[in-house]
Design a protein around this ligand. Structure first.
Ligand code: AMP
Ligand code: GLY
Length: 431
């Protein structure tokens, strides 16, 4: 397992229950991992940017499957370096990871494959971008082409704001990621995330989710990597899900294979449910964080076997992944200061109390201090995750667990799942 966040803790927790490890004598290593992951895996200090060192570790330890959690090493071609040496890898090649690594690449692919998405223009100079604004109306959607840790999207309410944002982007505000900027039509609707496993030929849905990106209650304040999520996304019912597969995901997988870049791994589609049907907002080439945490809590299948089947191009022979009908909800506890400069070193306690009622606390940015005590070591620190018969029940269970956690320098949103909770309450009144 490569990575160190809450997503990787959730994957490790689930992998540790896999027959590959419990019955077939496998052993889990994680690099660099975190103190939560250390409960199931031996942690190793590996620099994922140094492909040769990852390959030599895998060689020395006879690794049967490498699971790459985050996008950066995928976009950087780590999967290719490992496959080139004969290792089984869960995660797309560098070419296929362009679906996340280049917004322009994905928009062009959508155009070629006739996949519903927002209208767009790719621009590589400020001059061209400023002129291209003529073809759009406010609000303007401006996206740095490359990876920008989820921060590369600007929604500008006025033309002046858009012009300013474009100058910043071409002026290097997002580094190399902003050397090209995609300008998009603004879509309206509710957002939902949809996840499938694919080996480049077969597609297996592995759940849906909705997240809360803004730092503050009521979806206010700056954007973050995600302050909470729940699964399933009830708004993405069976009909819309089928439509998303048939019109968006399947044509993408087919086009990638046809063009010699078969996509293998998890494909995360960010969808806008517009009045004209689902449209693609963006693709990610890995599980969402914290969406993965709620998916793993619901997954009833053997994750190790599924990921290995993806890596070995035999997903089509597997039973569809079973997910619990229950709702999972996760609340992110972040360190004071996030998403700016988070306070490091804050003490964390009582995680056992938080888990006493069946909730699961995944570690994201945690570390051990010199005395071996758990401390905060990043922006998003803990993902407190629980199941319930409805979103309201899952929300109540997750917040009971949050209240049991002792993390004085932390904070969290108090309204994760609020839209769905309101809809449930409305249905109850009608019902
Ligand atoms: P992305 O990083 O592409 O997911 O964009 C971040 C967020 O910006 C999305 O989750 C949406 O809320 C919003 N967004 C991106 N593209 C559009 C669009 N074309 N229309 C409306 N909102 C968008
Ligand atoms: N939570 C959003 C993401 O992982 O991209």
């Amino acid at each position: 397992m490569l990575g160190s966040g809450g997503r990787e803790h959730a994957l490790s927790w689930k992998l540790a229950q896999s027959r590959l490890l419990t019955e077939q004598g496998g052993k889990l290593y994680a690099a660099p991992g975190n103190p939560g992951i250390a409960q199931y895996a031996e942690l190793v200090a590996l620099d994922v940017a140094d492909h040769a060192s990852v390959v030599s570790f895998c060689d020395a330890h006879d690794i049967g499957l490498v699971v790459i959690g985050p996008e950066a090493p995928l976009v950087d071609g780590l999967a290719d370096s490992l496959r080139g040496e004969g290792f089984s890898v869960f995660g797309p090649s560098k070419a296929a990871a362009q679906l996340e690594g280049s917004k322009g690449f994905t928009k062009d692919l959508c155009e070629r494959a006739n996949i519903p998405t927002a209208g767009y223009v790719r621009t590589t100079t400020l001059d061209h971008a400023l002129k291209a604004l003529d073809d759009f109306r406010a609000p303007y959607v401006l996206k740095a082409d490359g990876l920008a840790s989820g921060k590369g999207v600007v929604i500008a309410e006025t033309r002046t704001d858009a012009e300013e944002a474009l100058s910043d982007m071409f002026g290097g505000a997002f580094g190399d990621a902003g050397a090209e900027v995609v300008i998009e039509e603004f879509l309206t609707g509710e957002e939902a995330s949809f996840f499938v496993l694919t080996d480049g030929a077969s597609i297996m849905p592995i759940g849906s989710a909705q997240d809360h990106k803004r730092v503050g209650d009521g979806d206010t304040g700056p954007n973050t990597g995600g302050m909470g999520a729940y699964s399933p996304a009830r708004v993405l019912g069976p009909t819309l899900r089928r439509e998303a597969i048939e019109r968006i995901v399947a044509p993408t997988v087919r086009a990638m294979a046809d063009e010699g870049m078969p996509y293998s791994g998890v494909l995360y589609a960010g969808l806008m449910l517009t009045p004209e049907g689902p449209k693609l907002i963006e693709y990610n080439c890995r599980f969402g964080d914290p969406e993965c945490q709620v998916l793993m809590l619901r997954l009833e299948a053997d994750l190790g076997e599924l990921l290995l089947a993806c890596a070995e191009n035999r997903l089509g022979a597997m039973e569809p992944a079973k997910l619990s009908d229950r709702t999972a909800l996760t609340v992110v506890m972040a360190a004071e200061g996030y998403p700016g400069d988070p306070q490091k070193g804050g003490k964390i306690g009582n995680l056992d109390k938080a888990e006493a009622d069946g909730a699961k606390v995944f570690h994201a940015g945690t570390a051990l201090d010199a005395e071996g005590k758990l401390i905060a070591n990043g922006g998003r620190v803990l993902n407190v995750t629980a199941l319930g018969g409805s979103v309201s029940e899952a929300q109540a269970a997750a917040y009971r667990a949050v209240l049991a956690v002792d993390f004085p320098t932390g904070f969290y949103r108090r309204d994760i799942g609020y839209r769905e909770v309101a809809r449930e309450a409305a249905r109850e009144q009608l019902g």
